[in-house]
Write a protein that binds this ligand. Structure first.
Ligand code: HXC
Length: 258
């Protein structure tokens, strides 16, 4: 499938999405978001895809929602369309593990899109920010919520109230990104990480992801119960039996993804 604003390709067991509006620093226009949602639908349906990587260009992961597209919208336009609900929420709803490989600017909706992924890897050139306040609006795709949960109130408030950008090193120190790597090795590292995840049992990886995400939604007692039930459920999987048997037999497991 070809798209106008992104490139979507399957490499081994990894679905790779490259945001592709370089002239606009990958500003996330409606058409790009629709492409992204369609590509994610296709990757979810493709059994061979067991992890997904999303990236941008070296200069920009994405410089935010498309400001030029938003300029003339009024309250009723965005309220009636429930702007952001459609498409924008697709990444967070993805059931397969997702990795954002961020180089350059990840601003506004770009930072929010990256934060909707399960793991973020940053190039040493990455810059994160929620500059919406500088253009008279506020984050609308999770910036005030996911950033606060990731880096805490002090820095999230500062970033959202001033639009200050955070560099890759600070993002790693603050817990926003899992790892910082030299820009030249960003894609190698992201693909290696995705392939590693894809080498494990797909349903188990999905259960890990769902369980970790519940930590943001539930009380500790509810989350622990959810985790325990998911743990129990892995005992219904052929892959759990194979994984433990292989350990006992000192060999590599052969997961069948069921
Ligand atoms: C539309 C954008 C854009 C954006 C950059 N461009 N960001 N177009 N929407 N978010 C366009 C510029 O207009 C310009 O096009 C081209 O990309 C290159 O950008 P420059 O500004 O010339 O590049 P540079 O000087 O290197 O500055 C890079 C930058 C700056 C610091 C990232 O572009 C910038 O501040 N962009 C806006 C960042 C922002 O405010 N993001 C939040 C958006 S609101 P032309 O045609 O002029 O050459 C948001 C809300 C999300 O994301 C809420 C959920 C939906």
């Amino acid at each position: 499938m070809t798209y106008e604003n992104i490139i979507a390709e399957v490499k081994g067991n990894v679905g790779l999405i490259t945001l592709n509006r370089p002239k606009a620093l990958n500003a996330l226009c409606d058409a790009l978001i629709a492409d992204l949602a369609a590509a994610l639908d296709a990757f979810e349906d493709d059994e061979s895809v067991r992890a997904i990587v999303i990236t941008g260009s070296e200069k920009a992961f994405a410089a935010g929602a498309d400001i030029k597209e938003m300029i003339d919208r009024d309250y009723m336009d965005v309220y009636k369309a429930d702007f952001i609900t459609k498409g924008w929420t697709r990444m967070a709803a993805c059931r397969k593990p997702t990795i954002a490989a961020v180089s350059g600017f990840a601003l506004g909706g770009g930072c929010e899109l990256a934060m909707s992924c399960d793991i973020m890897i940053a190039a040493d050139t990455a810059k994160f920010g929620q500059p919406e306040i500088t253009i008279g609006t506020i984050p609308g795709a999770g910036g005030t919520q996911r950033l606060t949960r990731a880096i805490g109130k002090a820095k999230a408030m500062e970033m959202c109230l001033t639009g200050r950008m955070m560099d890759a090193q600070e993002a790693e120190r603050s817990g926003l990104v899992a790892r910082v790597v030299p820009v030249d090795s960003l894609m190698d590292e992201a693909m290696k990480l995705a392939e590693k995840i894809a080498s494990f049992s797909a349903p188990v990886a999905m259960k890990v992801k769902e369980s970790v995400n519940k930590a943001f939604e539930m009380t500790l007692a509810e989350g622990l119960m959810f985790e325990r039930r998911e743990f129990h459920s892995t005992f219904a999987l052929e892959d759990r039996a194979e994984g433990m048997k292989a350990f006992g037999e000192k060999r590599k497991p052969e997961f069948k993804h069921r």
